[in-house]
Design a protein around this ligand. Structure first.
Ligand code: ATP
Length: 369
């Protein structure tokens, strides 16, 4: 199987200073990075940041304005989509509703010249159906399939000719939440089984976090940071990434003092908080102190260094309870309390007075950009 560290894998795809302009819009700004063979990579970012453009340049649906695309070691910048060893799964599956499931999946194979033997096509279609757990559904019509099943047919069609890369453009967007979660697990399992490189575009951070080996966080045509879901969550390079990967609380201020990896943030109201720094920052820099909701403790009793707050809202989430609490000066904070911790401390109701505290090493000092 592929190496866990993407950096150690042979590259299946490369962007080399790949830029795409649409008039004045810089949709991709000198993208320069590689995708490891067998990797599950996601492009994550808000609408319009250039995710789809990056994917479409890999697919061959867009030609870069400047720069190059390499696939499997070959320059393919002007090579049309149908000659590239890639397939794409679209948000709207683009299936032929009047054809059977099997005919939809085998359609591309039957277009090949010379046309492969029917038995050979049938064998590949059956294998693809098995991979997406739809064995026996071949004779059905598309309109007889549920949304989730249609999604799997689209996947089967995309893997039937064994592409080197499968490109997925918001493939689960049309599904309801529960089905999405199930399909996320299935997609990940399928990718592991096939060993094919998957490149996913999504604006859903949960989706990217749960499936990817590596995530590229994009903004305005550029990659702000790329790394494993864990690395991005624990070591975001700036506030933008911390905000996009997981939830966080941000206290704005400036870097008042620093010593080694620790610093002190002074808020506008003059309060000082200690935090850790992963990047070198100069004293006086505008920064945010980022504290993840699960790093904050909520208590009834005051203790050293704790901040007095009022409970505003409580949402029971099963294993966790999410509280919104308000500090008179610092504003609102999100606190995630584990079931066991809540059992120990007792729960809180809206209107209750409470105290929040966190360990200084759990707070990160981040620049804006
Ligand atoms: P979304 O999540 O909304 O799909 P995205 O991150 O995939 O967004 P892109 O579709 O890559 O973003 O678009 C990047 C930028 O390029 C946007 O500003 C968009 O308006 C612009 N753009 C994309 N395609 C075209 C086009 N064919 N013509 C003109 N502008 C385009």
């Amino acid at each position: 199987s592929a190496s866990a560290d993407p950096a150690e894998r042979p590259l299946i795809a490369q962007f080399r200073a790949a830029t795409k302009r649409y008039g004045d819009v810089l949709a991709a700004d000198a993208l320069d990075f590689g995708i490891g063979s067998g990797e599950f990579l996601s492009f994550l970012g808000p609408s319009g940041c250039g995710k789809t453009t990056a994917l479409r340049m890999l697919a061959g649906f867009e030609t870069p304005t400047s720069g190059d695309i390499y696939l499997d070691g070959e320059r393919v910048t002007e090579v049309p989509a149908y000659l590239r060893p890639v397939n794409m799964v679209f948000q709207h599956y683009a299936l032929f509703p009047h054809l059977t499931v099997a005919d939809n999946i085998g359609y591309g194979l039957m277009q090949r010249r010379p046309r492969p033997a029917r038995a050979e096509v049938a064998r590949k279609v059956d294998r693809a159906l098995e991979m997406v757990r739809l064995s026996g559904f071949g004779p059905r019509r598309i309109w007889e399939m549920s949304g989730g099943q249609q999604q799997r047919v689209a996947l089967a069609r995309a893997i039937v000719n064994e592409p080197k890369i499968l490109l997925l453009d918001e493939p689960l967007a049309a599904l309801d939440r529960k089905l999405r979660r199930e399909m996320q697990i299935e997609l990940q399992t399928l990718q592991r089984q096939l060993g094919i490189t998957f490149v996913l575009v999504t604006h859903d951070q949960e989706e990217a976090l749960s499936m990817s080996d590596r995530i590229c966080i994009m903004r305005a045509g550029r990659i702000v940071q790329s790394g494993s879901p864990n690395a991005l969550y624990d070591h975001p390079i700036n506030r933008y990434v911390a905000d996009f990967v997981g939830k966080s609380n941000f206290l704005n201020g400036r870097l008042a003092s620093l010593s080694g990896k620790n610093g002190q943030v002074e808020t506008a109201s003059g309060q000082r908080f200690t935090g850790r720094m992963h990047t070198e920052l100069a004293q006086g820099t505008p920064v945010s102190l980022s504290i993840r909701p699960e790093q904050i403790g909520l208590a009834h009793m005051a203790q050293d260094g704790a901040l007095p707050v009022t409970v505003i809202n409580r949402i029971f989430l099963g294993e966790h309870t999410e509280y919104l609490v308000r500090h008179a000066v610092l504003g609102d904070l999100l606190v995630l309390v584990a079931r066991q911790a809540e059992a120990n401390e007792g729960s809180f109701a809206p209107g209750d007075a409470a105290h929040v505290h966190w360990a200084p090493q759990a707070a990160l000092i981040l620049p804006e950009d």
